[in-house]
Design a protein around this ligand. Structure first.
Ligand code: NDP
Length: 246
């Protein structure tokens, strides 16, 4: 008996990085998995194939989380395929590192649309369509604690995600649904590595107590725990997964 047996998990942005490893870990723990992606169809299909060849069940569904209709269709397709959704992992996200004075309106709108409206769109579906006694795990970031310069819009989106987490927990608790956020520190993925010099990376490695970058597996294990029945009484919390960085 695995801890996620009989559960169906929908993971947004699961074509790569933390989302892809979370999908694989959840499938290993017995969940049926929906691998959401936006543009990376081949990568998403590879994750599905890997899960299936390891004996699990998964489907890939394209949806831009910032698009209300796409998100509604994704829930329709997930429920039509597996009968229900028990676990929602709001992982899809983009990043931007620029001083506020250099951020264009287009860039600001884009990050708000994906990181905040995307979470809002899925929570609104989950409010009525997630199964009773389910779980929601939203991805925040340790920058809401470190507040590094250059992370203004990104940090603002994750601050919004944390507040949506706390309030949604109170709105759906009556159905037995727990809602938490995980705040990773620097984690070795495309999103983290893009545009960073070796010097930037070394500085961030030195900023936690373990002296290394996080791995997607470090974060995925916490998400698995928060979606298991053992975490039922944990709700409305922001859990740092960052090697004592902050
Ligand atoms: P990656 O860039 O490696 O992966 C991002 C994923 O999000 C991709 O699968 C991408 O899919 C998907 N995605 C992006 N935009 C959309 C959209 N509009 N609709 C649907 N899917 C979308 O990121 P990480 O794995 O590093 O990050 C995952 C989460 O963790 C993010 O929310 C991020 O903010 C958070 N985080 C990451 C940290 C890190 O250091 N890596 C630190 C703290 C938090 P596709 O390619 O198909 O478009």
């Amino acid at each position: 008996m695995q801890v996620l047996n009989d559960k169906v998990a929908l993971i947004t942005g699961a074509s790569k990085g933390i989302g892809a490893v979370t999908a694989q870990e959840m499938a290993k723990m017995g969940a049926k998995v929906i691998v959401n992606y936006n543009g990376s169809q081949q990568a998403a299909e590879k994750i599905v194939a890997d899960i299936e060849s390891a004996g699990g069940q998964a489907i890939a569904i394209q949806a831009d989380v910032s698009n209300e209709r796409d998100v509604e269709r994704m829930f329709d397709d997930a429920i039509a395929t597996f009968g229900k959704v028990d676990v929602l992992v709001n992982n899809a996200g983009t990043m931007l590192t620029k001083a506020i004075r250099n951020v264009s309106t287009v860039e600001f709108d884009k990050i708000l649309n994906t990181n905040v409206k995307g979470v809002f769109n899925t929570l609104r579906q989950a409010a009525t369509r997630l199964a009773d006694n389910g779980s929601v795990i939203n991805l925040s970031s340790t920058v809401t604690r470190t507040m590094f310069p250059g992370y203004g819009p990104y940090c603002a989106t994750k601050g919004a995600v944390e507040q949506l987490t706390r309030i949604f927990a109170k709105e759906v608790g009556y159905r037995g649904i727990n809602v938490n956020a995980v705040s990773p520190g620097p984690t070795e993925t495309d999103l983290f590595l893009e545009g960073k010099s070796q010097q930037d990376i070394e500085r961030l490695i030195a900023s936690n107590a373990y002296g290394r970058l996080g791995k997607p597996e470090d974060i995925a294990q916490v998400i698995v725990f928060l979606s298991s029945d053992a975490a039922r009484w944990i709700s409305g919390q922001i859990i740092g997964a960052n090697g004592a960085m902050a």
